[in-house]
Ligand binder design. Structure first.
Ligand code: ATP
Length: 444
């Protein structure tokens, strides 16, 4: 089967349904998908006949679901289905050339490895460890989408795999600028996405690892160590293994960081999406590791590329979603504290000059892991997103995960008061807050 670009087949049965101007039915043949870009208005959709799934998560029959503006997704069917849409889309078309068969084959192999790990009676940490999958590839190759599918298919079969998100640029579990992990107990909701309630979150504070590479690595290591400890006491989740999503930065330092993640999480399966060069580099460099499989997979023709501006906007939406909910249905709580009740810290000395930019022979003197207090008076914090650390002392900040985030809406220097939004009421679980370079303007 060829996995080239989309084949723009006209839907076999398509047209307005009497009763609503925007109601349309689409009949999908087996192993084909309906690719949709939602317009600025929400779209309702349901399965009328047959079975269909969105990125690995099956849609219940007959029930209307509402998809938010600008969402891009595909409704895929293994055996054929009729889909009904109510609303105006930006684009919708069917495609029968998809890489889904190769993706489900990967899932089947992972499933067999999970069973093997579960059946292992020995205490050998190797054989009782399920697959540790890392998905890598350039930007817009469909990494997050493949990650979702693998997790949802595994959860559907009763596994409880751990999702790890190392992509600080977009942030699937929580706001961008974070790395996080969460157990996935059931197929992901196609609209709600990843569950946040049991997530283990570390705050890096920037949208690109470039801003402080050493900090990024330190947090990745911290997260991996905590998960490792959790696996020791939990054979079920150990056998289910993990699926790790990475960022699309695959050149230079980005490539080094991929190798660092593969090594730190002891990945056993590296899935390379959409780039021959990366596949061949990783295959070469990991050749000596007999327990690591490097697998090349085709990118889906349905993946929608996002330009820099769109990425920035989607980061802003993600922050907005954290405080206001997906459809702005939540109201965050505004709190005011005295400067003296909170302590805000920054990690590292701001952006580091790349080595190449320094005079020959010199090295940067700033310590990228230094934790320094921020003077709240200087108003720099206005519109910042701050993480609430679980650290008890400032020197524990790097090794501590965070309970959540606040957004600074006002800094009153005269009264020495700071006002912020928080997703839940009451006092913050900690007085130690962490600042980065992540800011947000509510109007965006
Ligand atoms: N088959 C498909 N049909 C329609 N839309 C799709 C399909 N596959 C992926 N998409 C959409 O394309 C966009 C990009 O996909 P995805 O986020 O998986 O890429 P990525 O490689 O993880 O991106 P990043 O560069 O941010 O790491 C998403 O909005 C996703 O929902």
């Amino acid at each position: 089967m060829a996995y080239g670009g989309p084949s723009m087949n006209p839907p076999a049965l398509s047209g307005a349904v009497p009763g609503s101007a925007n109601l349309k039915q689409v009949k999908l043949e087996r192993e084909s998908e309906l690719r949709i870009e939602v317009s600025e208005e929400p779209l309702r959709l349901r399965v009328v006949n047959g079975t269909a799934e969105i990125f690995g998560s099956e849609l219940p029959p007959e029930i209307w679901r509402t998809f938010p503006p600008r969402m891009k997704f595909a409704v895929f069917t293994w055996y054929g289905a009729t889909i009904e849409m109510d609303g105006v889309t930006e684009t919708d078309y069917t495609a029968d050339e998809t890489p889904m068969v190769s993706y489900i084959n990967v899932h089947a192999i992972l499933d067999a490895r999970r069973r093997f790990a579960k059946a292992s009676t020995s205490n050998d940490p190797e054989s009782s460890q399920g697959p540790r999958v890392i998905v890598v590839g350039p930007t817009d190759s469909g990494k997050s989408t493949l990650t979702k599918m693998l997790l949802s298919w595994a959860a559907k079969q009763g596994w409880r795999p751990t999702f790890v998100d190392l992509d600080v640029g977009q942030g699937s579990i929580t706001i961008p600028g974070s790395i996080a992990a969460a157990p996935i107990e059931m197929p992901l909701d196609p609209v709600e996405g990843f569950p946040l309630d049991m997530a283990l979150v570390y705050y890096y504070g920037h949208a690109s690892p470039n801003m402080n590479v050493e900090l990024y690595k330190a947090l990745v290591k911290e997260l991996a160590q905590v998960l490792e400890k959790q696996f020791v006491g939990n054979p079920e989740s150990r056998a289910a293994g993990m699926v790790i999503n990475t960022m699309g930065w695959i050149e230079g330092i980005g490539y080094e960081l991929l190798l660092h993640a593969i090594d730190t999480f002891n990945a056993s399966v590296v899935l390379v999406l959409g780039q021959e060069k990366l596949f061949s580099r990783l295959k070469d460099v990991l050749r000596s590791k007999s327990n690591v499989d490097v697998v090349k997979l085709h990118k889906s023709g349905g993946v929608v590329a996002r330009v820099k501006e769109v990425r920035k906007r989607s980061r802003n939406f993600k922050i907005q979603e954290y405080f206001y909910g997906l459809s702005k249905e939540l109201s965050p709580y505004a709190n005011t504290s005295s400067f003296s009740d909170l302590q805000v810290f920054r990690i590292g000395g701001g952006p580091q000059a790349p080595k190449s930019a320094l005079p020959a022979g010199s090295t940067s003197v700033s310590n990228p892991l230094r934790v320094t207090p921020v003077n709240i008076d200087d108003r720099d914090l206005l519109h910042s997103v701050l993480a609430v650390s679980y650290a008890e002392e400032p020197d524990q900040i790097i090794s501590s995960n965070v309970s959540g985030f606040v957004y600074v809406t006002e800094v009153n220097v005269q009264k020495k008061k700071i006002t912020y939004l928080a997703p839940s009421p009451g006092t913050l679980p900690s007085k130690l807050l962490v600042a980065g370079s992540l800011a947000w303007l509510e109007s965006v």
